[in-house]
Design a protein around this ligand. Structure first.
Ligand SMILES: [Zn+2]
Length: 415
């Protein structure tokens, strides 16, 4: 155990120093620009939005995002290899796995996996979602409030990870055709989660209330009604004590379907802009994007776990222990991480496509292309979103179209 803890500490220190060095390097590169003007100028000529000039804050934020993304890719590949090599599997096998109680074993493996993962990724979490956001001025609260919020979210993650690990490990040990059952299990938990989260879990994490501005709510419902949607629920969520970024989202499935607008969006945009944001969400609603996304996840799950299953046989030829038990599970984690990375661009591509579809829908129902495009300039200002990004970064990371693509769409709309 001592050896394992020592290795964990060494690994953690290496990740910490690499992430810190990268952060400090960029901090010094963009020194003096973190308090520069955020304002993105809105210029319209002949009914077209003129491409904006990116502020240095946007440029700095984008440089950080790219770097942290590359670090997270590296870490995601190294993590399963670390698990296989660091000696923790032997400890689990010798100390905890003696009674062939697969649920109990699964829980132990889940707890160890969760804690190791959390520890190894903590430096990246800290620098990317606290230090960087504080630096560029996107975070409104101090370190301890941030940490408290992180723990609140992680407590939920911990329970879900452990529970899923117990069930998945049971399936893995008990059934030869485990990949099929894993795909079915994960698919149905996604459906169940999408249904339950909006009214059980989300209110635990944030203050969600019905829309307070009833006049606005009426206008939103009227907009939806004109598209044949009569049962739409619209909520607002308090985010202003955490961040100044703007957002709204559509969530839920079946009767839990709802649109949630951040209070920052309500406080910082004018009515036509809010309606344009909400019209985009109504687009997701009307075009059934959530069920379609879940169907795609089912498919990608199958494309991940079946090849991972066959790859474990290849490994098992050299290492007998790799086929069953914690060793097998660690190899599956490694293979599914790698395959998942290869397949991820497909789901990102699909996500970018449905976002553009929702934009088109919003422009059509509001008959207001310029407001829709101007929103992107607003997001460059409040969320520090880049105007355009490198092609590789878009393919590997972006689940939304770039501001450039969305402004081009708005500009191309023919009234
Ligand atoms: Zn969207």
């Amino acid at each position: 155990m001592k050896k394992f803890l020592l290795r964990l500490l060494v690994f953690l220190s290496i990740t910490f120093f690499i992430t810190m060095a990268f952060t400090l390097f960029l901090e010094s590169k963009y020194k003096g620009q973190f308090h520069s003007d955020k304002k993105v100028e809105i210029k319209i000529e002949k009914d077209k939005i003129i491409p904006p000039v990116e502020t240095s804050l946007v440029k700095a934020n984008y440089a950080f995002s790219k770097g942290y993304f590359l670090l997270s890719i590296g870490l995601s590949i190294i993590f399963p290899i670390f698990i296989i090599k660091c000696g923790i599997i032997e400890i689990v096998e010798n100390k905890f796995l003696k009674r062939n109680n697969y649920i109990r074993e699964g829980i132990i493996i889940g707890v160890i996996y969760y804690l190791t993962n959390f520890i190894i990724f903590f430096p990246l979490t800290f620098f990317s979602s606290f230090y960087r956001l504080k630096l560029v001025g996107l975070l409104n609260y101090d370190f301890f409030s941030w940490l408290l919020d992180l723990f609140k979210n992680e407590a939920l993650n911990f329970v879900l990870t452990t529970l899923s690990a117990a069930i998945l490990y049971y399936i893995f040990r008990k059934f030869k055709l485990w990949p099929l059952l894993v795909v079915i299990f994960t698919g149905f938990s996604v459906i169940l989660g999408t249904f339950i989260f909006p009214f059980v879990v989300d209110p635990l994490l944030n203050e969600i209330t019905p829309m307070q501005n009833k006049e606005l709510e009426y206008k939103i419902k009227d907009l939806a009604h004109r598209e044949g949607i009569d049962n739409i629920s619209v909520y607002q969520v308090k985010m202003s004590d955490q961040t100044s970024a703007l957002n709204a989202y559509m969530t839920g499935i079946f009767s839990s379907k709802r649109i949630v607008v951040w209070d920052t969006t309500l406080n910082n945009l004018d009515e036509s802009q809010i309606l344009s944001v909400v019209a985009h969400e109504i687009g997701h609603y009307k075009l059934n994007h959530i069920p379609k996304g879940i169907a795609l996840e089912f498919l990608l799950g199958a494309l991940t776990y079946f090849p991972a299953y066959f790859l474990t046989f290849v490994i098992a030829k050299r290492n007998k222990r790799a086929i069953k038990g914690p060793y097998g599970l660690a190899y599956i984690l490694l293979f599914s991480t790698l395959i998942g990375m290869i397949l991820n661009p497909i789901s990102l591509y699909y996500s970018r496509k449905i976002e553009l579809d929702a934009d088109k829908f919003a422009i059509q129902i509001t008959k207001d292309n310029l407001t829709n495009g101007i929103l992107e300039l607003k997001f460059m200002e409040t969320n520090l979103s880049p105007y355009d990004v490198d092609k590789w970064y878009k393919i590997l990371r972006f689940d939304h179209p770039t501001a450039k693509e969305r402004i081009d769409l708005a500009n191309s709309y023919d009234k």
